[in-house]
Design a protein around this ligand. Sequence first.
Ligand code: FAD
Length: 607
Amino acid sequence: MHAPASQDMGQDRWKAIEDPAQAQRYLTSLKRPNGITRGPLFLADQSGRIIPGAPPIDAKDIESNDVWGFNGSSFQINEQEVVEFTGDRYELAEADLPFLLPWAREVLDLEIDPKDLNVPRYPPEIPEAITNKAFLAALSEAMPEGAISSDDEERLRRGHGHTQEEMYRIKYDQLERIPDLVVWPQNEEEVESLVALATQHNVCLIPYGGGTSVTEALMCPINEERMIVSVDMKRMNRIRWIDPVNRMACVEAGAVGRHIMEQLAEYGFTMGHEPDSIEFSTMGGWVATHASGMKKNRYGNIEEMLLDIEAITPVGRLQRTSIPPRESIGMDPRRTVIGSEGNLGIITSAVVKIFPLPEAKEFASVLFPDLESGVAFMYDLQQAGNTPASVRLVDNLQFQFGQALKHAPKGGVGVLFSKFQKWFVLNIKGFDKDKMTALTVVYESSKLQVKQQKSLVNKLAKRHGGMSAGSDNGERGYQLTFAIAYIRDWLMNHWLLAESFETSLPWSQTVQMIEKVKQRLQKEHDARGIPGRPFISARVTQIYDTGVCVYFYYAFYYKGMERPWRVYAELENIARGVILEEGGSLYTTTALEKLGASSCLTSCQTL
Ligand SMILES: Cc1cc2nc3c(=O)[nH]c(=O)nc-3n(C[C@H](O)[C@H](O)[C@H](O)COP(=O)(O)OP(=O)(O)OC[C@H]3O[C@@H](n4cnc5c(N)ncnc54)[C@H](O)[C@@H]3O)c2cc1C
């Protein structure tokens, strides 16, 4: 069996079920013939924990180092000057995207020439490693063979996350400071030795999960003179146990989102945490960044799912022997680890709530005449108290962008139908094509609840002038999320710098704040004489009782600019000033340190 760790203390209370067939028999035994789970008294005698095998690693799943995502999946312009998405992973890859380039030229008011490229120069020059010889010697003794590397590209990849600045720098500039060494521990004991040695030899440790950080917390402070070691948690990637009776699972910190979901589903469960980065981000990263998932209305954000955390800190191990559903124990040290961005120690595993796979899952989409009516709909929906798993509202520009990403209709009925749809929306419904907005919905629950939620959504949408745009468009909207993540790094090659930034704020300020940020960015763009028009768009991504979370997407043409990420940072800071004036937060999902120095500095000092 996989090395039992301290999360398994008291494991002898539970029957360990390792064989998959036995696990399925056990799961069946927990149900009555009508499929309903038996009562707790029966379950007390039966209780066991399922020990899943290693995660399903697919040899095809190679990640790119120089751009976001899987190797082989990317946007490109073909010889006919039509955009296409390569590979076979996402729906976007099924056919050409003939509308995208003409639409981009019009919206940005730029003559985008597909042959005028800023050709990436990855890899950049790699800074020389600083070596603490005594530490390295001791570490080599403590770690098994193959657990340490000073390879340049391994070091480089762990020295950045996925902000546009970091990606620009690795392709066209340089990172002045990156980790000097990478270590892959495979259990708590190795993490403990590593932390002890780092403390003893005054070495910095930076935990690394999936490297999808957007807070610049993986970047190393330029003037750090001590040796910096990236602790890649990839080898601690298992689900240690699933407790189907008490609905919990213990997951190692390096387990990747897509594998966690796949493995839990094999046993009929889900964690329900689905950040847009789920394909690559890890359990440890989610906890360390206080992550939020798209289905938080149904399953909660990470802090609500989390029952326990185990972490190794420079002053000892954070652990305990039981996992009660709630405790009043004064200040809870585990809570301080949430959002700590690796500053307090290395998270090695977490116990999270799990839910049976939903009985019903459906998508929907609704068009609204404008942003105000869409936000008013969301407000009423939240107040009504039976919110679908996810609702997201895109503004007009992003709605148009979604249309521009469509494949060409396959002719005949397809062409006629889409023309009819357009005609109906604009002429019969009287929507203004330059104002209408679109909402996508995911329902995920019992059949009864989904039915109730659908009826509520339809009733409220009608009240706010909304019009159903079908389940296919809703599903497409969600699927697009994963493919669209590839677009930013590709645009960079065509002299377009694009990035998102987010905030959360009270309901009453939402529409006004969005308008003000857009106007201010436009004004700043014009004042700087940046060619063409900027792309400034907003999406309301999450709703809460007291307000919403809004993501802004901002892109501009950067040809001729020296270090364009500096211009971006300046403009984002100005936009953030507007957000703060309107009562918004600096950040919502992540971003402890984005505006200041890297959190590595603090983590170095702590360890
Ligand atoms: C395209 C894209 C979409 C995204 N969508 C979302 C979203 O929907 N919701 C959301 O919340 N975020 C989102 N993010 C941000 C990012 O994916 C999250 O912050 C994620 O939780 C980071 O996880 P990771 O495993 O990649 O961590 P990393 O990027 O490797 O690390 C992030 C931080 O956590 C620390 N850390 C990592 N592992 C550990 C550990 N075991 N112990 C202690 N500290 C650790 C690191 O030191 C670093 O400070 C997105 C990012 C991108 C690029």
